[in-house]
Design a protein around this ligand. Structure first.
Ligand SMILES: Nc1ncnc2c1ncn2[C@@H]1O[C@H](COP(=O)(O)OP(=O)(O)OP(=O)(O)O)[C@@H](O)[C@H]1O
Length: 260
């Protein structure tokens, strides 16, 4: 596969309102080409909205989004999105799901990306016989077949068990390192954010309240003290403005993590 170049994505004073609800007030965020950014924040703070804006599925109420210096309007054709559910068509085989919507001779490329996600031997299977993790691998292959400059990941591993999740994190990191697309990951999991991201961005009150570089060498190790410290720092920062007493009262950090 050709190595693509990641896109630069810039949010300039972006606000988004739905009816009376001001979801994003002022987002200023520059994502450099090939950078991996994790977006975290409390449920309902507008993380998915931010991703949908980057995909061109929503338009800002005010402000602007630039892609490689050009104003984004309409669908962002440089981007592909991966969601929590794989959204495969059950009546199409794995390989045809990967090539969905493509024209011309795409089968060889589909096999190549299925190899990259470790599923080449399942190309002829129906989605129904795959596990949840395998379905997400197919979704990843489908997102990557068109060599996007920007990969938008909306809590893609949220429904997976812990072990599969870790495997998928490793896979996403490996493919990102090989292909150097720009990645924007929405996650509830601070561990996941620190594992994968160059920068962790916290959305709070409609703004980027924290933009923290992760300067740990890759591949990162959860057992490392520096890793644990950073996760702890971020969790404490989120919880410092926490009003939910249940969360404040959680006795251990792991409980707090689950409570997010
Ligand atoms: N199309 C829409 N129309 C109206 N309101 C919307 C729309 N999309 C999102 N919202 C509202 O915007 C707010 C932020 O939603 P969003 O999905 O971006 O949050 P989130 O941080 O991703 O939440 P979660 O972590 O729970 O997935 C919510 O209150 C939601 O109801």
């Amino acid at each position: 596969m050709e190595t693509g170049r990641g896109a630069e994505l810039v949010f300039v004073q972006v606000a988004k309102q739905f009816g009376d609800q001001q979801v994003l007030r002022r987002i200023d965020l520059t994502v450099k080409p090939g950078e991996f950014i994790a977006i975290i924040g409390r449920s309902g703070c507008g993380k998915s909205t931010l991703l949908r804006l980057a995909a061109g599925l929503e338009t800002p109420t005010s402000g602007m989004i630039q892609l490689d210096g050009q104003l984004l309007h309409g669908l962002n054709t440089a981007a592909r999105v991966m969601f929590q559910d794989a959204r495969l068509l059950p009546w199409r085989r794995v390989i045809d799901n990967v090539g969905l919507g493509l024209k011309g001779d795409w089968k060889e490329q589909a096999i190549t990306v299925l190899e990259q996600v470790g599923l080449a031997d399942r190309a002829k299977d129906w989605p129904s016989v795959l596990s949840g993790g395998q379905r997400q691998r197919v979704a990843l292959a489908r997102a990557l077949i068109s060599r996007p400059q920007l990969l938008l990941l909306d809590e893609p591993l949220g429904a997976l068990d812990a072990l599969t999740r870790i495997e998928m994190q490793r896979l996403i990191e490996r493919l990102w390192r090989e292909q150097r697309f720009t990645a924007l990951l929405v996650t509830h999991d601070v561990d996941e954010a620190v594992m994968l991201a160059d920068r962790v961005v916290l959305i709070e009150d409609g703004e980027c309240a924290l933009d923290l570089p992760v300067r740990l060498p890759r591949p990162r190790q959860r057992g490392d003290a520096a890793f644990a410290d950073l996760v702890d720092t971020i969790l404490r920062r989120i919880l410092s403005t926490e009003s939910d007493e249940k969360v404040i009262a959680a006795s251990s950090m792991s409980e707090k993590r689950r409570a997010l």
